[in-house]
Write a protein that binds this ligand. Structure first.
Ligand SMILES: [Zn+2]
Length: 251
């Protein structure tokens, strides 16, 4: 076993045996890592971090040999709690959603500094005052892009007709369909050209350059529905944080 130091976002923690915690970390160098923090449960302060979800920490962990994916984390030092995000219930709820979505959608130990940076940039965008909804659409679209899961938005997924107008979105087929391919096809929803072009911008632009792009409420709502269906289709269960966002009327 060798000690490894890396930057890590806390995705979640849960009790483990009598006094330990099991942490899900999203690290910059190793992707998602599961680690045991021994004997910490009642003495978190000693650790230099309270291990809050979506806080940024530096961690030291001992990598196990192959065959075990539970590493031993011996040191956690808080670098950024994202206090401005945490101080507001709506922002806090959205950031918790990002952490849960990331935890559910990525595989263990597949390194992606790009995803790590996306998480950080999205939290910084929210800190800078961007609306949590906008941050959520940016995070969802860009995360799907990095994971190679983006829906097709340039052509009908069935007949390959370019830029169909009107267009209908199918989560099951992973993209848009033209009118004739959609008739009698079951679960499709109309999606406006404005929504498709905003999504195209989100894919192409840097996170920080998306703060001020003008978007109508209709486009924002449309993209939200489309990404919700699409993301839910990729996951095996409904996210607790999404249920909470709905209950609070934040979405
Ligand atoms: Zn078609």
């Amino acid at each position: 076993m060798s000690a490894t130091k890396t930057l890590a976002f806390i995705l979640k923690t849960q009790d483990y045996r009598d006094t330990s915690l099991l942490g899900h970390f999203y690290t910059r160098d190793f992707g998602k890592v599961h680690g045991i923090i021994k004997g910490i449960r009642d003495t978190r302060a000693r650790f230099g971090s309270t291990l809050e979800p979506f806080s940024l920490n530096e961690i030291l962990f001992y990598r196990r040999r192959r065959g075990s994916d539970l590493h031993q984390v011996t040191h956690v030092e808080l670098l950024d709690l994202f206090t401005d995000v945490r101080d507001n219930l709506e922002r806090l709820s959205y950031a918790s959603y990002f952490a849960e979505l990331l935890d559910q959608i990525v595989e263990l130990e597949e390194p992606s500094p790009e995803i790590f940076d996306l998480f950080k940039d999205t939290l910084l965008l929210m800190t800078a005052g961007a609306s949590p909804k906008r941050c959520a659409r940016i995070f969802e679209v860009k995360l799907c892009g990095i994971l190679g899961l983006l829906p097709e938005i340039k052509a009908c997924v069935i007949c390959r007709a370019p830029s169909p107008d009107p267009a209908y979105f199918s989560a099951k087929h992973g993209g848009i369909q033209c009118k004739s391919c959609s008739s009698g096809a079951g679960a499709v929803t109309p999606v406006s050209q404005g929504t498709l072009s905003f999504m195209d911008r989100v894919i192409r632009f840097d996170v920080k350059d998306l703060h001020n792009v003008k978007v109508s409420q209709e486009v924002g709502g449309d993209l939200e529905k489309m990404m919700r269906r699409f993301v839910d289709f990729q996951l095996t269960r409904q996210l607790k944080t999404v249920v909470f966002l709905e209950k609070m009327g934040f979405n």
